[in-house]
Write a protein that binds this ligand. Structure first.
Ligand SMILES: NC(=O)c1ccc[n+]([C@@H]2O[C@H](COP(=O)([O-])OP(=O)(O)OC[C@H]3O[C@@H](n4cnc5c(N)ncnc54)[C@H](O)[C@@H]3O)[C@@H](O)[C@H]2O)c1
Length: 330
């Protein structure tokens, strides 16, 4: 088969779908590989390394669309490329069609064979092409969340792990699959208190067995989500209903019960997102404010919700409250 590897053109996309090692593997199996010029540049693979592995480096993506039986890429085709896809041609990439009716219809019109990486399932139901990305996205969600909890970034100034004498932050992870467990590992590793919500009781049992004690598992339901949101400093959306658009689990009204300056990271945005206010962002402009938050009338939680970690620990050293032992001569 002639396999065409296209350069990513979606904004800020630096990945490449095939390394020179992948080309070598394809060649060993008798396939011809066309690689678009500079396709691997941002990932550190030069044109020469692809040539050495046996690929033909091609200047024009149009030529690749014309010659290849199967097009491979990380991301979906961009609107102006759709007319280049030929009838019967295979387009193999992440597609997330459940979240895009327009792209779905456009691809059906092209009569192409489109295979979405994220829908490929092993016999045991696991998703081998999605999981590696989830293993990156889970920890990244925590890393980014921690950054945007800083006051200079608009957050309410809470350190995930707290410090001795001050409560750690509360991280709520909705969805305890591959993204969820990896986010929980990172958050608990940093010392946060973590709630993991899922609807699969067997998965919760497993998480409860393997995760450290500060990770509490909860059966996900609108009531549970309503309960935990007011406590949360950071919420991660990590839900997947394979092949479907993500259900909206956190409504605008629920968001209004959250602390001002808390942070939400919706990893499931590629399937439509699980927060009502979610929309796609870019690395250059990664955040936006969702709803105007007012502190709930009755604060069910710690004062930390309105003070930063540092302000909270400082008084305990500058104005220490001591209970001196009674002196025998008093
Ligand atoms: N943006 C990115 O770069 C990126 C990368 C990887 C994955 N993702 C997305 O992250 C999401 C999660 O991926 P994953 O690999 O962890 O999937 P997964 O299948 O491993 O886990 C999803 C979990 O969600 C749970 N779930 C389903 N409905 C739920 C509900 N109502 N409440 C709570 N939990 C529920 C499932 O039981 C499952 O445990 C997907 O939408 C995926 O597309 C995004």
């Amino acid at each position: 088969m002639i396999v065409g590897v296209l350069k990513e053109i979606k904004a800020e996309e630096n990945r490449v779908c095939m390394s020179p090692g992948g080309v070598e593997f394809m060649r060993q199996h008798g396939h011809q590989v066309l690689v678009e010029k500079n396709a691997g540049k941002a990932s550190g693979f030069g044109n020469a390394s692809y040539k050495k592995a046996g690929a033909e480096v091609v200047d024009s993506p149009r030529d690749i669309f014309k010659r290849a039986k199967m097009i491979m890429r990380v991301k979906e085709p961009q609107p102006f490329e759709l007319e280049l896809i030929r009838k019967g041609q295979i387009y193999f990439s992440y597609l997330h069609l459940a979240a895009s009716k327009e792209l779905t219809h456009a691809l059906i019109k092209r009569k192409a064979v489109c295979i979405a990486y994220e829908t490929i399932q092993k016999a045991d139901g696991t998703l081998p092409l999605l999981t590696p990305m989830s293993e990156v996205a889970g920890p990244m969600a925590i890393q980014q969340g921690a950054k945007f909890l800083e006051m200079a970034q608009g957050g309410h100034g809470v350190l995930l792990g707290g410090v001795p004498g001050v409560d750690p932050a509360t991280v709520v992870i909705i969805g305890g699959g591959a993204v969820g467990i990896n986010a929980a590992k990172m958050a608990s590793g940093l010392g946060a208190k973590v709630y993991i919500l899922d609807i699969d009781l067997d998965r919760l049992r497993y998480l409860s067995d393997v995760m450290p004690g500060q990770c509490v598992t909860l059966m996900s339901s609108p009531a549970t989500i309503r309960d935990v949101l007011p406590q949360a400093d950071l919420v991660v959306g990590a839900v997947l209903v394979a092949g479907s658009k993500t259900p909206t689990l956190v409504t605008r009204d629920m968001l209004k019960t959250m602390k001002k300056g808390s942070v939400l990271v919706d990893v499931s945005i590629d399937q439509g997102g699980c927060f009502e206010t979610s929309k796609e962002t870019t690395h250059k402009a990664p955040i936006y404010k969702t709803v105007v938050l007012r502190p709930p009338k009755k604060q069910p939680i710690k004062l930390r919700s309105i003070k930063s970690t540092t302000s909270f620990i400082m008084p305990s050293v500058t104005c220490p409250v001591r209970c001196p032992g009674l002196l025998p001569w008093r």
